[in-house]
Design a protein around this ligand. Structure first.
Ligand code: PBE
Length: 310
């Protein structure tokens, strides 16, 4: 008890000093003087790393953002850190839990995504440009689709929307509406837009349309919306969920008609390179996409470089 009182006194006396020190810029981590407060102010970067077990909360191993995160760990010299793979659902759950408890967390993030509407988040700056810049989400179809199924080809070619529109579908699903219903509602409420996609095409009678996608929130939304449009145009729609590399191969090998989930130039750049000769690129269906490391705004770091413990 006696001891505790002394500590308190010391802490109060030290407070003004530590404010001054904080004002002098970032700590150099080497506060070896024996005054109180070094546990909280001494080296907050190391403290943050420890609190998170030096773990970046990732998604599925095949995702481009996971590969880029692993590359970032290497290029920024974050030897202590590890990218933990799981799934998009596990990532958003971990994010939600951490935010509820105001604990630190770093996730592999991307835009468009509903998490930015639900939580106050920020991208960590990436001065080395490991995650690349602005991306497009593009539509890829199997070669020969134009001749084989011209109406399907044309609708996929004309499919184009924006982050805000995609965001509405994602949010509805996040808030509990089953995705088929969320997609139907969106299509119903946006008939002008949808008629741009179907312009110049004819209805069909049960022609098969197989689209492949990966279970990422953004692609669940886009694939289900275009799937619903195709259904209303008379197609017999099959939406098949695969891993990332398998999705690309399915289109390249002609097992699927197409996909609307190609993130380029960076995120899926390697998959595009290895498959581009056997598929057709129909261009962007969404502009202004982005990937990176994402943290809650209450965290005291702004750059990937801040994760380096010196
Ligand atoms: N994503 C969402 C994917 C592309 C779409 C960013 C998680 C990826 O990293 O491959």
């Amino acid at each position: 008890m006696f001891n505790l009182n002394w500590k308190r006194l010391g802490l109060a006396a030290g407070l003004s000093l530590s404010i001054v020190a904080a004002g002098c810029g970032s700590s150099d981590g080497g506060s070896s003087d024996s005054s109180n407060g070094d546990s909280e102010g001494g080296d907050s970067k190391a403290a943050i790393g420890e609190e998170m077990d030096y773990t970046i909360t990732g998604i599925d191993a095949g995702a481009g953002v996971v590969k880029s995160s692993e590359k970032a760990v290497e290029e920024y010299g974050l030897e202590d850190w590890e990218v933990q793979t799981s799934s998009g659902g596990a990532m958003t759950e971990a994010l939600g839990n951490a935010i509820e408890d105001e604990e630190p967390i770093i996730v592999t993030g991307w835009t468009p995504h509903w998490k930015f509407a639900k939580y106050d988040l920020k991208y960590l700056e990436d001065p080395k440009g490991v995650f690349g810049g602005e991306e497009q989400i593009k539509t890829m179809v199997k070669t020969g689709l134009k001749e084989e199924k011209p109406n399907l080809y044309k609708i996929l070619d004309q499919f184009k929307w924006n982050a805000e529109e995609m965001g509405k579908v994602m949010l509805a699903r996040k808030d509990g509406t089953p995705i088929e219903e969320a997609a139907k509602n969106w299509v119903e409420e946006n008939s002008d837009k949808v008629s741009e996609w179907t312009k110049g095409t004819e209805k069909v009678d049960g022609t098969k349309a197989k689209l492949v996608y990966v279970s990422w929130d953004s692609e669940i939304a886009s694939t289900n919306v275009i799937g619903e449009v195709l259904r209303q145009q008379g197609f017999e729609v099959d939406l098949t969920q695969l891993q990332n590399a398998a999705m690309w191969q399915a289109v390249a090998q002609g097992e699927a008609d197409g996909m609307v989930a190609a993130w380029l130039p960076g995120t899926h750049g390697d998959l595009y390179e290895s498959n581009k000769d056997s598929l057709e690129d129909l261009g962007a269906n969404l502009e202004g996409a982005k990937i990176g490391l994402v943290v809650p705004k209450y965290m005291d770091i702004n750059s990937i470089e801040d994760l380096k413990s010196e």
